[in-house]
Design a protein around this ligand. Structure first.
Ligand code: SF4
Length: 429
């Protein structure tokens, strides 16, 4: 975004002994990994003696925290997603969080997931109060005659925007593609999960028995017209706040299995329509999932073309296991031999294409045969050197069951891997 466009977001500040307000704060314009809280994009902030709330350019609440002594930690905060979930970002005491998930802050979710870390922040009174009653708290803030008109108007607009409107907006978002995004790729952490969901295909190829996020839809591609319609509807829904986005998730569960031309069409059209060239947030990112067969069948030209796009592309492949016995237990209809071939192709792509990162997932569970970890480590160690590119994500099979023992297993496996290894926390939009 150049200086002329930034002039559309003039900074205004106001302070009295009750409240401090800053409109159009300029947050970081690139996602970063750092051990203190960073806010991204253009946003506005209000601070009282009790709370700090931050709002996006559509006057929708984005972040919130309490200043009460009962708040778990002063460096922790709540973030509201476009799907209208609250996520509590905790430090996890820092120790172990960055090694486990590759990020300095741990997202604690309101719903059951497979995370091995974190507590139950939503069960604490202060977090529950802020996430449920932020609008009531905000409504008590009075405008005063000494406030500049821009500040008064901003307060009034936020008061008009009721929590029910945010629920409705999330429903509109899900309605654009026809379904909620039930799982985001683990690599979306590089954009703090601030992605715009664009569905280029529905369903998946395998319908694996173990999978908790699958749906009944067979794999089917969307038409170009459908994709264009989604893009235009998303552009209108994200509206003024679009400038705070630079990342797209091409859903649903096997974007890589879609035709090369369709993938490229979706990425290029979204980039143009969303104005990523001039967005406040820099360095556009493109995320999607892929299956073993999609990767083995993918035309090499797809990667050549993706590498030339103005995106850094992360493709996450669900390998799950390199062991036939485990694949059969999981009910995943692929062979260990093809999993190994897919893994080798991922490494070649990571080496040959600077703007593409292929990552993969393996499951982890104490009840799986010993051959699962052994064959996985044979792949991850069967390389003559370590590499910083091509993360391997381990996904615990159990939901709602944080476990120290499984976490210990994870660290043990990580210490033996020659590729970066992290836990996959399954998160929805
Ligand atoms: S793991 Fe992937 S391919 Fe298997 S059922 Fe789930 S979404 Fe489909």
């Amino acid at each position: 975004m150049d200086k002329t466009s930034l002039a559309n977001y003039p900074a205004h500040t106001y302070k009295d002994n009750q409240v401090s307000i800053q409109l159009n704060c300029r947050g970081a314009s690139e996602y970063t990994k750092i051990s203190f809280p960073v806010k991204y994009g253009l946003f506005s902030r209000i601070e009282t003696r009790e709370v700090i709330f931050e709002f996006n350019l559509n006057h929708e609440i984005k972040h919130a925290k309490s200043k009460a002594a009962e708040w778990i930690h002063p460096s922790e905060w709540l973030k509201r997603t476009m799907g209208n979930d609250w996520v509590y970002y905790s430090t996890g005491g820092y120790a172990g969080v960055v090694e486990s998930i590759g990020e300095y802050y741990l997202p604690n979710l309101m719903y059951q997931t497979n995370s091995l870390l974190g507590g139950k922040p939503f069960e604490t009174a202060e977090v529950a109060k802020i996430s449920k009653n932020w609008h009531k708290i905000f409504s008590k803030i009075n405008t005063s005659k000494t406030m500049p008109p821009a500040i008064t108007q901003w307060i009034e607009k936020i008061k008009q925007f009721k929590p029910g409107d945010l629920t409705q907006k999330a429903e509109q978002l899900f309605g654009i593609s026809g379904a909620r995004t039930t799982v985001l790729p683990p690599d979306a952490r590089h954009s703090d999960y601030d992605i715009i969901p664009l569905t280029i295909q529905d369903g998946c190829l395998y319908k694996c028995r173990f999978c908790k996020i699958k749906n009944k839809k067979p794999f089917i591609e969307r038409s170009r017209q459908d994709i264009k319609n989604q893009i235009l509807a998303l552009k209108s829904l994200y509206a003024r706040d679009l400038t705070n986005y630079n990342a797209i998730f091409l859903g649903e569960h096997d974007g890589l299995n879609a035709a090369m031309d369709l993938i490229l069409y979706a990425a290029i059209t979204a980039h143009e329509e969303f104005g990523f060239d001039t967005a406040y947030m820099k360095k556009p990112m493109l995320y999607f999932f892929g299956s073993v067969d999609a990767l083995l069948n993918a035309d090499e030209r797809l990667f050549e073309r993706l590498n030339e796009l103005p995106f850094h592309t992360c493709i996450n492949i669900g390998l799950e296991s390199a062991d036939d016995k485990t694949l059969s237990i999981l009910g995943k209809p692929v062979s260990a031999q093809n999993v190994k071939k897919a893994f080798e192709r991922m490494q070649a792509i990571n080496q040959n294409f600077e703007q593409i990162e292929m990552s993969c997932n393996f499951v982890m569970d104490r009840d799986l045969p010993a051959s699962h970890n052994r064959t996985m480590l044979e792949l991850l160690r069967g390389r003559d050197r370590t590499s910083a590119k091509g993360s391997v994500y381990l996904s615990p099979l159990q939901f709602g069951n944080p476990s120290r023992e499984v976490l210990f297993d994870f660290y043990h496996l990580k210490s033996q891997s020659r590729l970066p290894m992290f836990l996959y926390i399954i998160q929805r939009l």
